[in-house]
Design a protein around this ligand. Structure first.
Ligand code: PBG
Length: 340
């Protein structure tokens, strides 16, 4: 039993001579660039945008500097700018003019998202328009599903509505549908609904391992979607659970998800890495609102360098295993990458 059992330790206790020169490869900017293991590209990014009603409306989102709620006319300008910077894909969230019990604006063919998608696809044919499918921005109670009389979210009744929302997005011309309500069976239900209406070519990007996270705080201000009562703990996952995250990812893969997502990103890099190694699906990670706000607040105080910290964060998400990164930094990162 004198052998070293733990193979994490060096097998020899003797120092190595001569000194191993690892710094050799870091000597010049060209060498460092040549040997970079993880490279970001504007193709990696999906840019989330908030659409609101009216014309010529640009409402700044206070905790998220440079992000705004935009009316459709201004959304078109913002997207043109993003495309110019090399962004291929956007993710849309709607702020409806009215909310009700069952979030009916979410599946109206004349709803804010449906109108925005039609306009966007009419103008930018190559743009990939992804739509978030959830009820929380559309219900007056702010939950991601319909409520039973005892105040709990009714899973199976919500599935029907999620199918309706997805269908209305597909009819408007959405390229990818992203279900984010964390209801059990939502991928299967939506896939079935889409297929029954000849939308079998529309991929699903599943918010599979979506944690109940404090880092969504700024988004809920941006999308006016905070729950009026209670929290989302009965449907969003406990961030402490890696095994459960794998079960959620597995279930969505079985139900037919085309892209699997882990959300948030920075506090869950281990889950992204585990997802990448276990599945052959493209893995998306959502660099959420709170992650953006944290950095921007430090930048506003002069405590962090925006560009360097942003690139370091995004690189860590990609290195962990994300093939796609949904990020409010999409434009600034694309700009930084092309100017360097
Ligand atoms: C809708 C949804 C949320 C986010 C994306 N889709 C909010 C939530 O679940 O409360 C959060 C995104 C972000 O924080 O940037 N359910």
């Amino acid at each position: 039993m004198s052998q070293i059992q733990n193979n994490k330790f060096p097998q020899t206790t003797q120092p190595q001579f001569p000194i191993k020169r690892l710094r050799r490869l870091r000597r010049t900017p060209s060498l460092r660039e040549l040997l970079k293991e993880t490279r970001l590209s504007p193709n990696d990014f999906i840019y989330p945008l908030f659409v609101t009603s009216g014309i010529n409306r640009k409402i700044p989102i206070e905790p998220m500097p440079r992000q705004n709620q935009l009316s459709i006319d201004l959304l078109l300008e913002e997207v043109a700018e993003a495309i110019r910077l090399g962004i291929r894909s956007i993710l849309l969230f709607g702020i409806p003019p009215t909310k009700d019990d069952s979030g009916s604006e979410a599946y109206s063919d004349e709803g804010i998202i449906q109108t925005a998608v039609k306009k966007l696809k009419g103008k930018f044919t190559d743009l990939i328009v992804i739509t978030d499918v959830c009820l929380c921005e559309y219900t007056n109670h702010g939950h991601c599903g319909v409520l039973q009389s005892n105040g709990t979210v009714d899973n199976d009744q919500t599935l029907n509505l999620l199918g309706e929302i997805a269908l209305s997005h597909a009819r408007a011309g959405a390229d990818i549908i992203a279900p984010s309500a964390m209801m059990d069976g939502q991928i299967q239900a939506i896939r079935k609904t889409l297929d029954s209406q000849n939308f079998e070519n529309i991929p699903l990007m599943a918010y599979s391992a979506k944690m109940n996270s404090a880092f969504y705080g700024p988004f809920r201000i941006a999308a006016e979607s905070a729950p009026k009562n209670g929290d989302r703990k009965t449907y969003q996952m406990d961030g402490a659970n890696l095994n459960e995250a794998i079960r959620e990812l597995t279930q969505d893969a079985i139900e037919g998800a085309d892209i699997l997502m882990v959300k948030p990103a920075l506090a869950y890099l281990d889950i992204i890495s585990e997802a990448k190694s276990r599945f052959d699906h493209p893995i998306a990670a959502y660099n959420v609102s709170g992650e953006y706000s944290m950095l921007m607040a430090a930048v506003a105080n002069g405590w962090l360098d925006e560009q360097e910290a942003m690139i370091e964060m995004l690189t860590s998400i990609k290195r962990a295993g994300a093939d796609l990164i949904i990020t409010y930094f999409a434009k600034s990162a694309a700009e930084a990458l092309t100017s360097n």
